[in-house]
Design a protein around this ligand. Sequence first.
Ligand code: FUC
Length: 829
Amino acid sequence: MKQNKIGLLSVLLLSAGTVRSQQLADSLKLWYNTPAREWTQALPLGNGRLGAMVFGKVSDELIQLNEATLWSGGPVKDNVNPDAPQYLPQVRAALFNENYHQADSLLRKMQGVYSQSFLPMGDLHLRQQIDANSVKDYYRDLDLNKAQSNTRFTSNGVQYTREMFISAADQVIVYHLKASKKGKLNFTLSANSQLHYQNIVNGKDLVLKGKAPSQADPSYINYNKEPIIYEEPGSCKGMRFEVRLRAISVDGTIKTDTAGITVKNATDVTVIVSGATSFNGYDKCPDKDGLNEDKIASEQLAKAAARSLSDLRTRHIKDYTRFFNRVHFAIAGSEAVAALPTDERLRRYSQGGEDPSLEALYFQYGRYLLISSSRTKGAPANLQGIWNKELRAPWSSNYTININTEMNYWPAEECNLMEMQQPLYDLLMELAVTGRHTAQNFYHMNGWVAHHNTDIWAISNPVGDIGKGDTNWANWMMGGNWLCQFLWQHYEFSGSKVFLKDTAYPVMRAAAQFSLGWLVPDKQGRLVTAPSTSPENIFITEKGEHGAVSMASTMDLSVIHDLFTNVIAAADVLGKDAVFADSLKQALAKLYPLQVGKKGNLQEWYKDWEDEDPQHRHISHLFGLFPGNQISPITTPELAAAAKKSLEIRGDGGTGWSKAWKINTWARLLDGNHAHKLLKELIHLTGEGGVDMHNAGGTYANLFCAHPPFQIDGNFGGTSGIAQMLLQSQTGTLHLLPALPDVWSTGEISGLLAQGGYTVDMKWKDGQLTSVTIHATKDGTCMLRVPQRIKADGNAQLAPVKPKDADHGFVYALQTKAGQSYTLYRVQR
Ligand code: FUC
């Protein structure tokens, strides 16, 4: 039905303005003509705290619920391994004797406890009396224009519609059900949970009261008899939570009991759902000292219920679109498939068909997912955003900070969603506190450190349950340092000195303080990290020994290089701390440099060793290319060539996030066609299946990224990669269309952000930039690198800086005034 409508309109009325805007609106919908059978076909909604997966089933609808702060456990225990520090000198001695095996065994003794798990809140079941055989004209969608899902179908001459959105303005889920004929709505709505819970009735409301476990083992741990442990109410750990439902209708009858809400003979019903936990911050007992979740959920529901449906909807859309509408993106070339359902388009695309506007939809979906999953204090988007159905989710659905959590936030600045980083900053501030204890307790060192995992309690110790974790992931020390990159980048994009001074600098400085103390001289006096790993790879020494622990992995040193460089720059901007900045400069000068190996590759290890798995999914040693900016084909061509060689050796396979990382690195190498090849492989349709660590990365029918299983990092990494193909500014120059693939020959994008506080709108045709508008937030000089010669409009002062710079376009200096916009055009020859 839908297909015919759009197809016909587009053929008949292609040029009419209203139809064009309708087509644009339709291009931002994920839509299907069958209900979801699997969770990865269901559609995600979220207000950054409450999340829902909508299946769109006709007579037995399932809506799976999450809340961003619902985790197992409680505040981290201090000093979980008092013996740890005594092993550090022994580990170092073993390393300097090149006894890597012994270093590994000793380092295991320096591990702490595992992180806690993100938990599912509950399920809503809608049972509606519909004869499945009578269903016609089935349609369901997720409309990114409005952040709402719609399900509709006809049965026995009655059209039923269901609309759901989750409002950040009113902090509730709104579920509106309607029948086209009077009195035809008959359904029961019930709620249950996989956690401990009971249902009660409170006035008009059905209330699910629950309790989370105090301990949940990661899914990959199976040696404890009881992987899930609950504590008594009133103890420290194990938070409480509540889901509260109320149905409102002008006609029919509503009866609420503990089995559910039963609606009979109604026409138009609005169900409002609130939900809250007792989580009261990373350092508070979530039960004994928890928030009053009952009061929060009751008040939110009462306030929302006092508003009309249209008021709730308007407030929701206004709140959401102020973020989402900042960026518009369109690429030509999908006319033949634009009117097909999303899963069908995905299937055709995966069989080799081109569909640039599906790629644009994927880009905007990443932005949608970030707005929907990252707006809760102290709870940044986790491994699954905020959408998790499992009690023991893969990798605890926690924060893995050796790539996954960082990838979640790669698109935030460029794609004009900087506010969504606030939860990450919150967690970072907390990590700087727990990480100070970890630095002291595990290493007797100053500053702060975080390792491979963290959780809502800001755990910072090396995980592994003292000896049971593998060192190639458990004992990596650079998690906190890497996260600090976001603090400096925020200053570079926003120019906020207040943020730099009050929020960023103290945390960056203390992280640098740890690393300054952590570096030791090697036999030639060069500064190295020891012990050191390269997530999560294994080397083979010249003697044929396999190991994970050595010295000076390229990633360690690249992350430290990035941090020290940023702290030095920040101290300079703030005009303070010159002595400390000097000590960092001296350390940088002595840092073990990047090495080019015998294959022409960028070496991953201290020595030019082989990899146990040359196609390993992690490309940790390429940090300097992306997300760092130590390596660039323009400023360091030899290192860029080595990084390229390393990428070629790694190959294009990998998990979802691995492919996403590679898109960003190929974009940084200015190779748009290779980046696009990987994008195609990332958006490749994947079915259900278990964990695959190697080459099965792709995309599910609901456009969630498949590691597999589902991990949201690849969605965000893919969105970032697309932005990197269109605009880069990490060198301080705005590089326009740096990696435009041939298949995106004609398109436009507006609202991308660049360092220096610029907003950039661009149009291009036949592979050539036709116009660019720069919106400036400050007086100054904006450096531009463009693929073709450009000229200024009106009085703008635009001067070529050098005629043509090798193969990398033309460079110009544009004088800008705060609040002004400047449009520049291609010079036609
Ligand atoms: C790292 C990766 C895995 C997975 C996990 C959550 O350990 O190596 O592939 O993404 O994080």
